[in-house]
Each structure stands twice: as C-alpha cells, then as structure tokens.
Design a protein around this ligand. Structure first.
Ligand code: FMN
Length: 316
C-alpha cells in the first residue's frame, strides 16, 4: 500500500490545504457512502484522495433497503441509489478507526431507520460519542433521501437542538482536541432554507457545511424516461447535480464569507470542475459517482490537475 501511496500522491506540497485544523495533502476527497463501514479508508486514501469520509454510520446496525437498490444511468454518467444506510453500526466501526491513521478520515453519522424522529437526537449523540475521539471531523447527515423523515431534520427548529447536542457530545468525549463538526445538506432545499442553515451553522459555531447530497429530482437527464422510471425511488447523483450543487456552494459562500469551511460535492468529474468549485468558494471538494465510472486512477488525476490549475492561477 505504501508503494501505491507513493506512486499516486504527488507529495510536492503544491496542492496542500490547511482547514479544520488539519493539513490536507490535496483538496479532493471521497464522499460519504462508499466506505460506509470504515473498512477501506487507508487503501482508498493511498489512491490519491486528500481525505476520506466514511459512513454514513448509524447508532444501530441495519441492513438497508432490499436489493436492487443501486442503478446506473450510463447515458448521463449518473447513479440512482436507495441504499438506506446499510451499515454495521457506529460501535462496530470504532475498532477500525483507531488513531493514528495515515489518511484524513471524516466520519458521517445518520439516524437508525427504526428509531422514531422524537429519539433522533439520542441516536446521533450515541454515534458521535463513539466516533468523536477517533474522527478527524464529524458530519451530521440530515440530507439522505432514503431514510423516511431524515431530511425534515434540516428544518432549523429541529436542526438546532440536534447540532447543539452533537457538539456537546463531541466536547464531552474529546475535551483535549476540538473535533470539527459539519452538517451535510440536500440540493433540494429552497434557497431560503439554505440561507437559514448557513445562519444556524454560524450561530452554533459549526466548522462547516457539506453541499450537497443526492437529489430526489429527475431533471437534466438525457436517459430514456422509462429507464429512469424503472430505477424507482432514490437519490440521483453525478453530472445532473452539477449545476444545483455549484449554485448552493456560491450561495453559501456569499452568506458566510470566510467564516466556515465549505465542502462542495455533486457532479464533479474533472480537475477543471473541481477547480471551478474552489474558485467559487469551496475549501475542499468530494467525489463519488465519477469515481464509480472512472475508477481508481481518478483521484490522483484530479489532485494533479487541480495542483496544475492552482499553479497557473487559471480562472475556469
Ligand atoms: C451509492 C451511493 C451511496 C451514498 N451514500 C451516502 C451516505 O451513506 N451518506 C451520505 O452522506 N451521502 C451518501 N451518498 C451521497 C454522496 O456522498 C454525494 O453527496 C453525492 O453522490 C453527490 O456527489 P457525486 O455527484 O460526486 O456522486 C451516496 C451516494 C451514492 C451514489
């Protein structure tokens, strides 16, 4: 693995990013949902990613939705998924997250399906307490479309107590090291709701926002409508998300100035697009769907490409 890491990480320092109190080797991350159970983050990190976000982990283990639950729309280089947070639970992941790790690891937490909404905070707090001491940053995921009611937690009257409780739990379990806390939002929020979450994040002293998760919309697709219908319910990812994800990023950066870290995700496929996000205010970016279509050489290609664009100071 060390050989792969040496070959695929440029190591020249040109693409380093200092954020969240961490020193990222490059700004290209793997988005949540690929390494749900934190089994492969060191190997994935060796491929050239600057950081890996594991999870979504829930407090209780759960199987997720029945298969088939993941579909390709190759004509759009997109995916539709309704995985439903299949994972072995946050307690199970703890053993594999033991520090120190060579790869920067964010841990994304969500709500166990069978836990009713009134008990959601306790479910998130249980996971936060387990993973907090081991995570380089923690993400509260309130934006996946495949757990009923989850996205309702984005309403500020629900989000405020949830994020406050998770912040407190992290302080409690990691008093010596302040664990950065971010919230991941959906692209389907109305602009006013994006603004409200930005204000809330500032108010609560959060460290950042990840925008965006998958969309329940089916716009911007060239695939045959019947093919899209056959996939059924779920979150759409890949290029059809690009425009809205970029819009949400610009809106957020406009609202928060330089006070928050913004991680931009949704439809990024090329170094030029990653650089466009950085120019638009992203501190870091993440990919998922393009990695599925392009394969293991994509992260190092993107990292190198972004470093070159940065050195040239190219405006996209
Ligand atoms: C199969 C699949 C599973 C995902 N699982 C999660 C998850 O567990 N938690 C989460 O926050 N996002 C999850 N996502 C969303 C991605 O992290 C990302 O936000 C989204 O796919 C947009 O990026 P992309 O267009 O580069 O794929 C998942 C996406 C896919 C395609």
């Amino acid at each position: 693995m060390a050989l792969v890491r040496r070959a695929l990480h440029s190591g020249d320092g040109a693409s380093r990013v200092r954020a969240l109190g961490l020193d990222f080797p490059n700004p290209i991350g793997l988005a949540a949902g690929f390494d749900k159970d934190a089994v492969g983050y060191e190997a994935l990190g060796a491929l050239g990613f600057g950081f890996i976000e594991v999870g979504t982990l829930t407090a209780e283990p759960q199987p997720g939705n029945p298969t088939p639950r993941l579909f390709r729309l190759p004509g759009d280089r997109a995916l539709i998924n309704r995985m439903g947070f299949n994972n072995h639970g946050s307690a199970d992941a703890v053993a594999r997250l033991q520090r120190p790790h060579e790869t920067i690891v964010g841990v994304n937490i969500g709500k166990t399906k069978v836990v009713p909404e009134e008990e959601a905070i306790g479910d998130y707090v249980a996971s936060a307490k387990r993973v907090g001491p081991l995570a380089d940053y923690v993400v509260v995921n309130v934006s996946s479309p495949n757990t009923a009611g989850l996205r309702d937690l984005q309403a500020t009257e629900k989000l405020r107590p949830l994020l406050s409780a998770v912040r407190e739990a992290l302080n409690e379990v990691s008093p010596a090291r302040r664990v950065p806390l971010l919230v991941k939002i959906a692209p389907d929020l109305a602009d006013e709701d994006v603004d409200a979450i930005a204000e809330l994040a500032l108010d609560l002293g959060l460290d950042g926002i990840i925008a965006t998760n998958t969309t329940i919309r089916r716009e911007g697709l060239t695939s045959d409508a019947a093919e899209v219908r056959r996939c059924g319910a779920g979150g759409l990812s890949g290029p059809p998300l690009h425009e809205r994800s970029l819009d949400v990023l610009k809106r957020l950066r406009g609202r928060v100035g330089d006070r928050l870290v913004l991680i931009s995700v949704g439809g990024i496929e090329t170094a030029e697009q990653a650089w466009e996000r950085i120019e638009a205010g992203a501190t870091l970016v993440q990919i998922y769907t393009a990695f599925v279509y392009e394969g293991p050489l994509l992260p190092s290609r993107l990292a190198r490409g972004v470093a070159e664009l940065k050195q040239k100071g190219t405006v996209p």
